[in-house]
Design a binder for this molecule. Structure first.
Ligand SMILES: [Zn+2]
Length: 199
C-alpha cells in the first residue's frame, strides 16, 4: 500500500527521509545523499544488538518483548510450532534486528523497503521466498508473513556481520495482506503508554 497512507509512529516520523519521502530506517547505511536500503549498517546493527536499539527508529526498546517482521517461510514455521505447542527458535540467524511493536507493524505495511531491508542481500540460508512472499500479496500459502513478538533475542557480532536469533514467540500476527495490520498499528499508536518512550 502507499506508504503515506500508513500512520507513522512519531519516532519514525523523526527519521531522515529519502528523495521520495520514505523514512529511512536506522539500520540503513547512507552513501552520500542516498540511503542504501538493501544494505545493513554494521555499526548501527552492533549498537542495536548491544543496546537494544530499534532497527527502524533507532530508539531504545524497553526490556521485554521485541518484534520483527518475518517472511512467509518463517511465519509458517512459527505458526506450526505454536499450533503444536512446541518451542520455536529461528536456527538460521538473520541480519535483521528487532524493533518496537509499532515500528514493526508500520514496517510490515510500508513494503518492501522497510519491511525487508536486507532481503536482497540476505544470508545464503535465507529462503528466496522470504522476499517474494512479501511482495506477492495474498497468494502464498500460510500468509505472506507476520509481525512476531519474541521474548528474547541472541546476537553475534563478527567483523563483517551482526547476526540475530529470536527466541520464544509471544505474539504472532500473520498477514496475507499487509493492510491487515492497519487497525493494530492505529491502536498501538493510540495507547497512552506506547512502546516508544522519549530517550
Ligand atoms: Zn522503533
Amino acid at each position: 500500500m502507499r506508504f503515506d497512507a500508513v500512520p507513522m509512529p512519531s519516532s519514525v516520523a523523526a527519521r531522515p527521509q529519502d528523495s521520495r519521502g520514505y523514512p529511512v530506517p536506522a539500520i540503513t547505511p547512507w552513501e552520500g545523499e542516498e540511503p542504501q536500503f538493501a544494505l545493513t549498517d554494521h555499526g548501527f546493527s552492533a549498537a542495536c544488538a548491544r543496546e537494544r536499539l530499534c532497527s527502524v527508529c533507532g530508539r531504545v526498546m524497553p526490556a521485554g518483548t521485541v518484534w520483527r517482521v518475518v517472511g512467509a517461510t518463517e511465519s509458517a514455521a512459527i505458526g506450526e510450532a505454536l499450533a503444536a505447542g512446541r518451542p520455536y527458535r529461528n536456527l538460521a540467524p538473520t541480519l535483521e534486528g528487532p524493533g518496537h511493536r509499532a515500528c514493526m507493524l508500520y514496517a510490515s505495511m510500508v513494503c518492501p523497503y522497510l519491511a525487508r531491508p536486507n532481503a536482497r542481500r540476505g544470508l545464503s540460508a535465507q529462503q528466496p521466498d522470504e522476499l517474494t512472499g512479501h511482495l506477492v500479496r495474498g497468494t502464498v500459502r500460510g500468509g505472506t508473513g507476520a509481525v512476531v513478538g519474541f521474548a528474547d533475542y541472541e546476537y553475534a557480532i563478527t567483523p563483517s556481520q551482526v547476526l540475530f536469533r529470536f527466541l520464544a514467540p509471544v505474539e504472532f500476527l500473520p498477514h496475507t495482506q499487509s493492510e491487515e495490520h492497519l487497525g493494530l498499528l492505529r491502536a498501538e499508536l493510540d495507547r497512552a503508554a506506547g512502546p516508544v518512550q522519549p530517550r
